[in-house]
Design a protein around this ligand. Structure first.
Ligand code: NDP
Ligand code: MG
Ligand code: MG
Length: 330
């Protein structure tokens, strides 16, 4: 079993007396900075002017242009969108990094795919919470955390690993468990998980199920409840106790149907397609497409987003959720 790091595994505080600049104040940025401040660390925010900068000031942080924050900081954590990090690094970060600084990431994409090539005299590590930013903050306030990964790509000071571990402790992650990985493993498994299962796989499965019922003449509202709304309840049970707890909680009819019909939907062919998706991630095809589309003003990305927003399940869901105030739709 992989080694899991908890509070007691991290002795001392390698971030003490260091200034941490969080670059970006979005989903992950606001959570890292607030958690680190609450665990007693010196945090400043580096960001362009706009909504996020205002939010950071409102939360009481000192806010600077990215270059100024990098100049002041010992540890620079880049939590801007992956697709802009290359340009941001080149123009506003690299010129202001000093030997012995640490450059950190929330996801390994730009280091693993060679978009960013840091100088040899800085530490390079990642700390990747395995959950959305708002949960990184909310769970911290509730006294626990989101489990996180860390990895060291470059150890210039001899302390990179201890600094990375101190960072995981600073955001609260050692309260629940931290695992060590590599930039390659974190990047490839993160992309695969979100594409094949969590985001891409799930939305495609839900839409196909919805379309199958509606095309067969069933009411769209009922189809929505059966294939989307109830999904959360099922996933919650799997989260708490695995497939077994979920299957224990559903009816025998549902459990029998699970075994006989699940493999008819997700087949050996589906798994072969998953392997194709993984290959595209591993050989850089996916990253290249994403980067090129970004250079092209995200024409493909925004087109697909628009097309998906127009799906019938979205309109039906919006109406139904308005009648369900207990569904938190902020
Ligand atoms: P968001 O899109 O939520 O936030 C990005 C932040 O960067 C915003 O505050 C934005 O400010 C700022 N920003 C955008 N452009 C610039 C710029 N040119 N200069 C300075 N600041 C800028 O990003 P995420 O938190 O989703 O992602 C950040 C990183 O964390 C990524 O590497 C991602 O892969 C990783 N990650 C994300 C997770 C998540 O749950 N979202 C989970 C784990 C890792 P503005 O308001 O001005 O646009
Ligand atoms: Mg991701
Ligand atoms: Mg049912």
């Amino acid at each position: 079993m992989a080694k899991v790091y908890y509070e007691d595994s991290v002795q001392g505080d390698q971030l003490k007396d260091k200034k941490i600049a969080i670059i970006g104040y979005g989903s992950q940025g606001h959570a890292h900075s607030q958690n680190l401040r609450d665990t007693g660390h010196d945090v400043i925010i580096g960001i362009r002017e706009g909504k996020s900068a205002d939010a950071a000031r409102e939360a009481g942080f000192d806010v600077f242009p990215v270059s100024e924050a990098v100049k002041q900081a010992d540890v620079v954590m880049i939590l801007a969108p992956d697709e802009i990090q290359g340009e941001l690094y080149k123009n506003e970060i690299a010129p202001y990094l000093e030997a012995g600084n640490a450059l950190a990431f929330g996801h390994g994409f730009n280091i693993h795919f060679d978009v960013i090539q840091p100088p040899a005299d800085v530490d390079v590590f990642l700390v990747a919470p395995k959950g959305p930013g708002h949960l990184v903050r909310r769970t911290f306030e509730e006294g626990f955390a989101v489990p996180s990964l860390f990895a060291v790509e470059q150890d210039a000071t001899g302390n990179a690993r201890d600094i990375a571990l101190a960072y995981t402790k600073g955001i609260g992650a050692t309260r629940v468990g931290v695992l060590e990985t590599t930039f390659k493993e974190e990047t490839e498994t993160d992309l695969f998980g979100e594409q094949a299962v969590l985001c891409g796989g799930t939305t495609a499965l839900v839409q196909a199920g919805f379309e199958t019922l509606v095309e067969a003449g069933y009411q769209p509202e009922i189809a929505y409840f059966e294939v989307l709304h109830e999904l959360k309840l099922i996933v919650d049970l799997m989260y708490e106790g695995g497939m077994e707890k979920m299957r224990d909680s559903i009816s025998n009819t549902a459990e029998y149907g699970d075994y006989v019909s699940g493999p008819r939907v997700v087949t050996a062919e589906t798994k072969a397609r998953m392997k194709d998706v993984l290959t595209d991630i591993q050989d850089g095809t996916f990253a290249k497409g994403f980067i090129e589309d970004n250079e092209n003003g995200f024409e493909k990305f925004y087109g697909l987003r628009k097309e998906q927003q127009g799906h019938q399940i979205e309109a039906v869901g919006k109406e139904l959720r308005e009648m369900m105030p207990f569904v938190n739709n902020k």
